[in-house]
Design a protein around this ligand. Structure first.
Ligand code: COA
Length: 338
């Protein structure tokens, strides 16, 4: 690729990969661990099973992410040393320091690449797409490895006290390799990134008593576990999701049916079905895999995209809208000419 100063460049997604931990946790397994039922979970969320990392056996966010990125590099016919930058979207890095991205760079032997994490909870991968795209289009970088990974199981209690969250979340990693190209028609047509910090208390992980929000009595036994106001998050998501799709379409001056595929964060099947209905999106254009993997946080969007590329449902020439929302509260979108 030749970089011309001032010339507009495009961005191509040249490879994808994913990794799901081996261990399946079905609704029947959960029924043995807590007071719940398959019918309750399926009716409220659409989830039938999720995967859980073997944390005791050494599976972590960076080990899952490493496998996903290796696959993405292989599918792009690139090597780790072709990467200029590794960006890892996660809220479950194994340590505060180093970043998950640095551990991944070391594991794959990407000695040339800069590496950093980005935390926007479930919106992380979509925010990462927007950031990586601009770094590539601006000309400062040529090739970026972007990963969305989370192991929320480490913040879960698989008992009745934790049933409001542990039925929802699953562990996974998804990755994409993005490359600058002289074809300026490829890349982002419209993007959005939003946050409402006032909504932080709807979903958070406290580590000490001072982390609890005003009005909530600090409870040390809750430290280290996800606290979620399910109904508030549901209301936020149901309202935000269609608005986000409309805002992105308006920015790109497109209509809902101009988009070939909607790749959406899998938080709850009911939220996805409501958006489908509102825009009259046909079933085959809004992919749903939450029944098999649950809500995999930052991995959710790249996992769907990987499935869609591998099955041939997304092909070059298509317009694809990535949409996500989550803790923070955060929400964002990225509409691509693939
Ligand atoms: N099994 C059976 N009963 C359960 C349960 C479970 N796993 N979890 C909660 N309950 C109970 C509650 O204790 C409550 O009982 P009560 O009425 O006796 O107090 C009752 O079911 C209703 O709880 P509620 O939290 O109001 O249920 P809900 O209809 O809002 O469904 C969620 C809960 C979490 C499924 C739903 O709110 C949701 O999907 N929210 C969005 C979450 C999300 O997407 N988070 C990720 C954001 S990226």
């Amino acid at each position: 690729m030749t970089a011309h100063p001032g010339a507009r460049r495009g961005v191509r997604i040249v490879g994808v990969g994913s990794y799901l931990p081996e261990h399946r946790l079905t609704n029947a397994d959960l029924v043995r661990m807590m007071e719940t039922s398959d019918a309750w979970i399926v009716q409220r969320t659409g989830i039938r099973e999720r995967r859980v990392a073997d944390l005791e056996g050494g599976e972590t966010a960076s080990t899952l992410a490493t496998l996903a990125l290796r696959e993405a590099l292989a599918s792009a016919h690139l090597t780790p040393n072709d990467l200029d930058l590794i960006v890892c979207a996660t809220m479950t890095a194994e340590m505060e320091c180093p970043s998950c991205a640095c551990l991944i760079a070391n594991a794959i032997g990407a000695s040339r690449a800069g590496a950093f994490d980005l935390n926007a909870a479930c919106s992380g991968f979509v925010f990462g797409l927007n950031v990586a795209h601009e770094l590539l289009r601006g000309g400062a970088y040529g090739t970026i490895g972007l990963i969305g990974v989370d192991t929320l199981s480490k913040f879960m209690r698989y008992n009745t006290a934790g049933r409001g969250t542990s039925i929802i979340f699953g562990d996974a990693a998804g990755a994409a390799v993005l490359k600058a190209t002289d074809d300026a028609s490829l890349g982002i047509l419209a993007q959005t990134m939003h946050a409402d910090g006032a909504g932080w208390k709807d979903i958070y992980v406290p580590h000490r008593n001072s982390d609890f929000p005003p009005g909530v009595t600090p409870d040390p036994t809750q430290c280290g576990f996800v606290q979620m106001s399910g109904a508030s998050v549901f209301k936020f998501a149901v309202g935000t999701f269609p608005d986000l799709i409309q805002e992105t379409l308006d920015k790109a001056r497109l209509r809902p049916d101009d988009v070939d595929m909607y790749v959406c964060h899998q938080s709850n099947a009911r939220i996805l079905l409501a958006a489908r209905e509102r825009f009259g999106i046909p079933e085959e254009k809004l992919y749903i895999n939450i029944d098999r993997v649950g809500n995999t946080v930052a991995a959710s969007v790249p996992l769907c995209f990987d499935d869609l590329i591998k099955s041939g449902r997304v092909k070059p020439g298509m317009k694809v809208m990535f949409v996500a929302f989550g803790g923070g509260l955060t929400w964002g979108s990225s509409l691509w000419q693939i």
